[in-house]
Design a binder for this molecule. Structure first.
Ligand SMILES: [Zn+2]
Length: 422
């Protein structure tokens, strides 16, 4: 480019140096400041409560926290001086883009996938995500069964501010041995598509992982053992190596003893369900740093799912896992529509399973925040309230460390600095 004279060159250079907004005569927006006055502030990691704290939020993040933080002029003040304030909750096992209608679908989500298009499921994902947010869940791991990547579109729509919702860490299409979690008939083989990626050989496993990553997955979900043939410990090691090489972790659905043993032995990042795992299997999981996302079904949910399993068996396994010191993250696996309930109210109801198993409030809260944040790989941004962290903040009438059931009554929700519920 050549300039006719030095003056025009200087004017152009000066203009280019200005921010775009100033060039158009628009002043840049001042930072949005919110000061939250917290009567009590809970740190789930330490299990400690501080009184009369001020949390200063600038735009999407926490700027300062303390008893003597100066509230800048012009800051919006949120008075939660009669409440307990804590980080937003996590559900590490959700299916936001699937809603089984028990009557229509005869409690069988195979039928749900035949009725509902991916587009419809993305819309359900928005509604379910908002319901989760209203119940205090500001981050979820969405663990498959989202049609043709509705979960990726849901995550992106939330990240781009198109809709409000929790932070979503999604796993794309579930990778499984032939048949996935369905029992097909030979003339209708294609009916498991796009719900599952069948992967039986190493080449198929590698390709399935890469397809998921390419289409926006942030976690890899495998089903180890829903068929007569299951993934071996070596298969799972191969899958972990391939996923980890791209920076993704692996969640393994395990229902049987053999499946849980293989996943624990391979050192998968998380075992999902682990229904009826023995103490020995739990020990192996602990030894190999596997997080258990136990999805301990409530009585209501076992009934809604057609009584295919027993609530008391879930509670017993949770009690044993806790006693053995297995690292655990809270996860629900709610995927049904029930009258009078939302995805959020059904999910928070899993607190009853944790209470029945005798897990102390502080440990339950850790499973719902810091432990889950580490598993999801977002612990540097979410899961605790510190300067620099995302402003994902909730409030409850009582201190959950004294009464964990108060989490059913979340009265305030802030997501990335925006007030969702007050
Ligand atoms: Zn599930």
């Amino acid at each position: 480019m050549r300039y006719k004279n030095m003056l025009s060159f200087m004017i152009l250079s000066a203009l280019l140096a200005l921010p775009a907004a100033a060039q158009q005569g628009v002043k840049p927006a001042p930072p949005q400041l919110t000061a939250i006055k917290a009567g009590k502030l809970v740190d789930p990691e330490t299990g400690l409560t501080a009184a009369n704290q001020i949390i200063l939020v600038e735009n999407k993040t926490i700027k300062e926290i303390g008893a003597s933080v100066k509230i800048p002029a012009g800051a919006k003040i949120v008075d939660l001086s009669k409440s307990t304030v804590l980080p937003g909750l996590f559900d590490a096992h959700t299916h936001l883009c699937m809603s089984v209608q028990p009557k229509r679908d005869a409690n069988n989500y195979y039928i749900t996938t035949l009725f509902d298009t991916t587009a419809y499921r993305a819309i359900e994902g928005v509604a379910n995500g908002q319901a989760m947010l209203a119940s205090g869940f500001t981050t979820v791991r969405d663990i498959g069964n989202a049609g043709n990547y509705a979960d990726t579109d849901l995550r992106m729509a939330i990240e781009n501010g198109v809709v409000q919702g929790p932070t979503v860490v999604n796993s794309g299409i579930i990778i499984a041995p032939y048949g996935g979690q369905f029992h097909l008939q030979p003339e209708k083989k294609e009916l498991a598509t796009p719900e599952y990626l069948f992967a039986d050989t190493r080449d198929e496993m590698r390709k399935a992982i890469r397809q998921n990553i390419h289409f926006g997955a942030k976690f890899i979900k495998i089903v180890v053992d829903d068929q007569q043939y299951i993934y071996s410990a070596d298969d799972i090691r191969f899958i972990i190596a391939e996923a980890h090489a791209s920076g993704l972790k692996v969640a393994a659905h395990c229902w049987t003893h053999a499946g849980a043993r293989n996943a624990a032995e391979a050192g998968v990042d998380s075992i999902e369900h682990g229904y009826r795992m023995t103490d020995e299997e739990l020990q192996l999981a602990k030894q190999n740093n596997v997080t258990l996302v136990g999805t301990e079904f409530t009585e209501k949910m076992t009934q809604a799912s057609g009584n295919l399993w027993e609530h008391k068996t879930w509670v017993d396994r949770l009690r044993r896992a806790y006693k053995l010191g297995v690292n655990m993250a809270f996860g629900t696996d709610v995927d049904v529509e029930l009258p009078g309930e939302t995805r959020g109210t059904l999910a928070i109801d899993y607190l009853s399973s944790w209470a029945e198993a005798g897990v102390p409030a502080a440990d339950t809260l850790r499973a719902m925040t810091t432990n889950a944040a580490k598993l999801l790989g977002v612990e540097k941004e979410r899961g605790s309230l510190k300067p620099g962290m995302a402003a994902d903040i909730i409030a409850t009438p009582e201190n959950p460390l004294d009464n964990i059931q108060t989490l059913r009554k979340v009265s305030f929700v802030m997501k990335d600095g925006a007030i969702i519920k007050q």
